[in-house]
Design a binder for this molecule. Structure first.
Ligand SMILES: C[S@@+](CC[C@H](N)C(=O)[O-])C[C@H]1O[C@@H](n2cnc3c(N)ncnc32)[C@H](O)[C@@H]1O
Length: 280
């Protein structure tokens, strides 16, 4: 079964696509080597890569973390329902493909606010017959709207465990967007035995000289940033009252990675924390 909207069913989506400013989904697609991006996304992507050359490695490692976390959830943790907010433009091994390859009856709801992602909704809705997928065009900053969405309620059973996935999205919420309240509203709606998965950008691990250079570029107006890095303690604060799964809040490359440590990119090149936690 598939449900939710497809791009051609939502009149007006094409007018919503703004190609003149960089958008996170398209810029991330550029770093991952995709073709669904415009000049503004590539310029912003290159400007960030100039001060932080490892951004492509970080994007790729973030993606590998997502896949390992979903495999852990659908396998070891036995979760069959996923709410993936900040889906991104589909690429290899999206959440539903990984989850359904482990457990074909997995049910996945995707949420994103970028119209370009909406145009790819069809690809995200290619469910197994035993499972289900849906796509919601909504904003993380309005968690109540997401929770009240009809196709969400039709696809996921809120009496059974759900994995809430917030992968490389929460750092787009500045403090004025009340990120802790947003995450708390979503977590409070989850039944016991659910999981919360997050990756979040950080400069904790960055080389101090590179960090100083980036700060100088930002102050001089040569680098525009639309994301807010947070420290490990600030990331931990999203998980108050939850049971953090081993190995804890770690750089994404260090989370249950079968690749031997000496073959992984150095920590200084993966400026993003990954964490999986269980709702008691
Ligand atoms: C860097 S991409 C990450 C994609 C995917 N989660 C991954 O990690 O591979 C961030 C995604 O979050 C989406 N996003 C950013 N802010 C959002 C918001 N306030 N509401 C919904 N989606 C948002 C962007 O459109 C983009 O698709």
């Amino acid at each position: 079964m598939t449900d939710g909207v497809g791009a051609d069913e939502l009149p007006g989506w094409s007018e919503r696509i703004d190609t003149t400013t960089a958008h996170p989904a398209r810029r991330y697609n550029y770093w991952l080597g995709g073709k669904d991006n415009f000049a503004a996304d590539r310029e912003s992507g290159e400007a960030i890569a100039r001060v932080y050359p490892a951004i492509r490695t970080t994007a790729l490692e973030n993606r590998y973390f997502l896949q390992r976390a979903v495999r852990f959830l659908a396998g070891e943790a036995g979760v069959r329902q996923f709410l993936d907010i900040g889906t991104g433009i589909p690429t290899a091994d999206n959440t539903h493909e990984v989850a359904q390859s482990v457990a074909p009856d997995s049910r996945i709801v995707y949420v994103d606010n970028d119209p370009i992602v909406l145009t790819h909704a069809r690809a995200l809705l290619s469910s197994t017959p035993e499972g289900a997928t849906a796509y919601i065009d909504a904003d993380l900053r309005d968690p109540e709207d997401i929770l009240a969405d009809e196709s969400l309620r039709k696809t996921l059973d809120f009496n059974r465990p759900i994995a809430l996935m917030l992968i490389a999205i929460v750092h787009f919420l500045f403090d004025e967007h009340k990120p802790y309240e947003v995450v708390r509203t979503l977590v409070d709606a989850l039944p016991s035995g659910s999981y919360v998965v997050m990756t979040h950008g950080t400069v904790d691990l960055s080389d101090p000289a590179a960090r100083e250079f980036a700060e100088r570029e930002i102050r001089a107006g040569r680098l525009k940033v639309d994301a807010v890095p947070r420290t490990k303690d600030e990331v931990a604060a999203f998980f108050t009252g939850l049971e953090i799964v081993e190995p804890g809040i770690v750089p994404v490359t260090a989370w249950r990675n079968p690749v031997p440590e000496e073959q992984r990119p150095p920590l200084v090149d993966t400026a993003i924390y990954g964490v999986v936690a269980r709702v008691p």
